[in-house]
Design a protein around this ligand. Structure first.
Ligand code: 5AD
Ligand code: SF4
Length: 467
């Protein structure tokens, strides 16, 4: 079942009262915070909400975890590496906390939604202060208050999602660009993936709610939006008033002030002709489509429960390319899925070559306890997975380079995002197709969409000049 979300304004107001109460204690105390965000865009967006609340309480951002008073890890559990990193950092922070016992350590996000993780934390990491999950991060002020009042470690993890609580403070990295959740959760149960177990079932926000949020962002000077969902193509299918993602996009397109619209992630099984047509006609939807194929072998795709074949995927790509000739395609690919043969892997390479991705995110299969793939026979030995991964990476990078150099000589619109971190004489920005470009310029260009001539290219970035 897909569900509609219910918005609780009362809860948002209750939290605002707590934030206000806590701010009387914390404001002007000079206390600092440091957030580490692991994982996907959803987590990045969740961290923007956490930052908003923490700064409203009065915590000051710090650029050093070791000296911060409040340290928080917004975790990911999609692959084991991300989890190991958290345990490693927690071990390190234990020593620091011995010297600075007043330091608070909080953990939240997907990893916390797993019971085994919580048990391990309770047993072996007694120096942590707050643990909460994906469904209740809006409660961070309340949890901090309870921690400060009781002095006890707080575990507050919900197995089910509650009402959606929006309209709380949020701090974006860029004032001119924002992410918006259009739906939460996932119903697809790809056999390797833990997300449906930790983020719950698919729930769509109503179009009115989304459009109002974007209108407010536009009045604040936002020109580019990123619509977020695990599977945006199935947006709205279970709202009381039915609406498709394509219709939502067409409505968003009308909002004055918004110049660029991006979205992710699209599941190939739900990418409709209607959506392709809307993308093709739009002047605001960016020339970019993230369409994960995961594996080029139909046998593996079936085992992955992806619900499409290699042929279907390639037909879809063909349709997209015909309708939108300038589109840059990106994808996610997993190698070393249980049972993947050399032939299956060769099929993956063939799809990569045939489609020609501008960007490809490649992963070695990571066994996630509780998912069907974890108990499949024929798990692939690490050395074979690594060998395949390196081969794939080489191909992906070679194609990315070709895609990059094809820009040389073209004049393209670029949204200038920031002063370059390595060279302060340069600014960096993005093309509509999401390619990164560096050019000479200063602070005054930031937030503007400007025509830029591409003069040089490397695999992962372009060099340009203002025209
Ligand atoms: N192992 C490796 N990669 C995974 N992904 C999801 N689950 C796993 C896993 N168990 C990848 C998929 C997905 C991306 C966000 O992460 O490619 O599209
Ligand atoms: Fe995971 Fe598949 Fe859902 Fe993506 S669509 S979040 S890979 S279960």
């Amino acid at each position: 079942m897909r569900e509609q979300v219910t918005i609780s304004h009362e809860e948002a107001n209750r939290q605002k009262t707590i934030i206000h109460r806590l701010s009387k204690k914390i404001k002007d105390s000079g206390l600092t915070y440091f957030i580490t965000t692991l994982g996907c865009q959803m987590n990045v967006h969740d961290s923007e909400k956490l930052k908003g609340i923490l700064e409203e309480i009065g915590y000051i951002p710090s650029d050093k975890e070791e000296s911060a008073d409040f340290v928080i890890y917004n975790t990911c559990c999609v692959r084991e590496n991300a989890e190991l990193k958290v345990y490693g950092r927690l071990g390190y922070l234990k020593n620091i906390k011995k010297e600075r016992p007043g330091m608070l350590i909080a953990l939240c996000g997907c990893m916390m939604q797993q019971d085994t993780v919580v048990q391990k934390l309770k047993k072996s990491f007694k120096h942590i202060d707050l643990v909460f999950g994906t469904h209740n991060l809006y409660k961070i002020a309340e949890l901090i208050e309870t921690r400060l009042e009781t002095g006890e470690t707080i575990f507050d993890i919900w197995t089910e999602h509650g009402d959606i609580v929006e309209d709380l403070p949020s701090i974006r990295k860029h004032s001119f660009k924002a992410s918006i959740n259009i739906m939460y959760g996932c119903n697809n149960f790809c056999s390797y993936c833990i997300v449906p177990y930790v983020r719950g079932r698919e729930r769509s926000r109503t179009p009115d709610d989304i459009i109002n949020e974007i209108k407010v962002l536009a009045t604040e000077g936002v020109v580019e939006i990123m619509l977020l969902g695990q599977n945006v193509n199935s947006y709205g299918s279970n709202l009381d008033d039915k609406i498709t993602f394509a219709t939502l996009l067409a409505q968003i397109e009308k909002i004055k002030g918004i110049e660029r619209i991006r979205f992710m992630t699209s599941h190939p099984k739900d990418l409709s002709d209607e959506l392709i047509a809307v993308i093709a006609q739009s002047t605001k939807i960016c020339d970019q489509l993230h369409l994960p194929f995961q594996s080029g072998s139909s046998t593996v795709l079936d085992q992955m429960n992806r619900k499409y074949t290699k042929e279907h995927y390639l037909q879809l790509v063909d349709k997209v390319k015909k309708a939108c000739p300038n589109i840059a395609l990106s994808t996610d690919i997993i190698v070393g899925f249980p049972g993947e043969s050399e032939e299956d892997f060769e099929d993956t390479l063939k799809v990569v070559e045939e489609v020609g991705y501008d960007f490809a995110y490649t992963f070695i299969y990571s066994k996630r306890t509780g998912t069907p793939a974890a108990i499949m026979a024929d798990q692939i030995p690490e050395d074979i997975s690594k060998e395949r991964f390196n081969k794939l990476l080489k191909l992906v990078n070679a194609i990315a380079y070709e895609k990059s150099i094809a820009h040389i000589g073209k004049v393209v619109d670029v949204l200038i995002e920031e002063v370059n971190q390595q060279n302060p004489l340069l600014v960096s920005g993005r093309l509509s197709n999401n390619h990164l470009v560096h050019l000479t310029g200063g602070q005054e260009l930031i937030g503007k969409i400007l025509p830029v001539k591409i003069i040089n290219a490397k695999s992962f970035y372009l060099m340009g000049e203002l025209v």
